[in-house]
Write a protein that binds this ligand. Structure first.
Ligand code: KG4
Ligand code: ZN
Length: 344
């Protein structure tokens, strides 16, 4: 089965063609970073308009790169939520219209399920069951994954997502958008012993997260030290380093706890913050030491992309799932509401 995947939930237009027999045939991505940079964050209306501008040209482009015609497609998968409603509607409308014109089924994909399954696009994909750490700009959660579509959320952020905390901390120090990659780069030149930030909610049992206090801690450190220190650039780097270390260690502690609690030895990490090098390295070290396996998607499939949507959608289409013509995009959509995937 050959499936076109369309991702448009936030600030990236991602399209891909996935073939259930031959794997990923092609993927293309248009990032809207330049559109939103001057505002310091995503402007929803501008995001929707930009998706509309790029969706059809990218669809043509990805089919060409895959070396197939639109008539060879067996189905279309699109992100139906959660995300910015206008952005979701743009992708959903194009997906539904194409499917109708080509007389093929279209299937809704949950954005976080897409992220969660992205590591399965790689060679040596982990087997079920596993624990998934999903760390993106909109969500931070731990889920016990028994099979595709069977997700039990065992911990989540009570306030800011990890990526959001990266973005807000970067913004407050006058760094660009999106802040995660910029802050991570800066952290490389930070001194590890300059500041110690708290590890929120690690001193009590449970798997929930809270990152908004960490962002406030970073702001206070920034304000209090600016007058005393002439080396603003080094101060920024030191704060970035302490902040990143606190987020990474908090995630590490909760992952280990989740593995112990579920008696599982396999961890899968996905979402934009999964591209963070310090997080990847530290998880790999911990996996070696405590004898569990850890899998990540390749860097470009950590952040939003069409490949994960094409893949997740293909699995659902193969299981006979698809939705009628109505366009039903959802800004909010609990993962636990998803249907399990039962092979037909
Ligand atoms: O998964 P994603 O592309 O979009 C959402 O579904 O939210 O994640 C984007 C988030 C942003 O907050 C971005 O700052 C963060 O992932 N991010 C990073 C890194 N690369 C992206 N955070 C820390 N380190 C990185 N290297
Ligand atoms: Zn995402």
């Amino acid at each position: 089965m050959i499936v076109l995947g369309i991702e448009s939930s936030c600030d990236e237009t991602g399209l891909a063609v996935y073939d259930s027999e031959h794997g990923l045939l092609a993927h293309v991505l248009h990032s809207q970073v330049k559109v939103h940079a001057e505002y310091g964050g995503v402007v929803p209306e501008l995001a929707s308009r930009d998706h509309i501008r790029y969706l059809l040209p990218l669809a043509e482009n990805v089919l060409e790169q895959a070396g197939i015609s639109q008539h060879q497609l067996d189905g279309i998968a699109y992100t139906a939520g959660p995300g910015l409603i206008g952005a979701l509607m743009s992708g959903a409308s194009v997906a539904r219209s194409l499917a109708w014109a080509l007389a093929i089924p279209a299937v809704e994909v949950h954005h976080m399920e897409g992220h969660l399954l992205a590591p399965l696009l790689e060679a040596g994909a982990p087997e079920f069951p596993f624990v998934a750490l999903l760390v993106s700009g909109g969500h931070t959660l731990l889920a016990q994954v028994k099979a595709i579509g069977r997700y039990e959320v065992i911990g989540q952020s009570l306030d800011d997502a990890a990526g959001e905390a990266f973005d807000k901390t970067a913004k407050m120090m006058g760094l660009g958008y999106p802040g995660g990659p910029v802050l991570a780069k800066l952290a490389e030149t930070g001194r590890t012993d300059a500041f110690r930030f708290p590890r929120p909610m690690t001193d009590r049992p449970g798997l929930d997260f809270s990152f908004s206090g960490l962002k406030t801690f970073a702001l206070n450190t920034w304000v209090q030290n600016q007058q005393d220190r002439q080396d603003t650039e080094q101060l920024r780097a030191d704060i970035a380093c302490a902040f990143e270390e606190a987020v990474v260690e908090t995630l590490l502690i909760k992952c280990r706890r989740a593995l112990d609690q579920t008696e599982c030895r396999r961890l899968v990490v996905a979402g934009g913050v999964g591209a963070n090098q310090r997080l990847r390295q530290r998880l790999q070290q911990m996996a070696k030491k405590h004898q569990f396996s850890v899998s990540f998607p390749r860097l470009e499939f950590c952040t939003d992309n069409g490949a994960m949507i094409a893949y997740a959608g293909c699995l659902r289409l193969l299981a006979g799932q698809s939705q009628p013509l109505d366009i039903d995009a959802r800004a909010r959509w609990p993962m636990e509401d998803l249907l399990p995937v039962v092979k037909q």
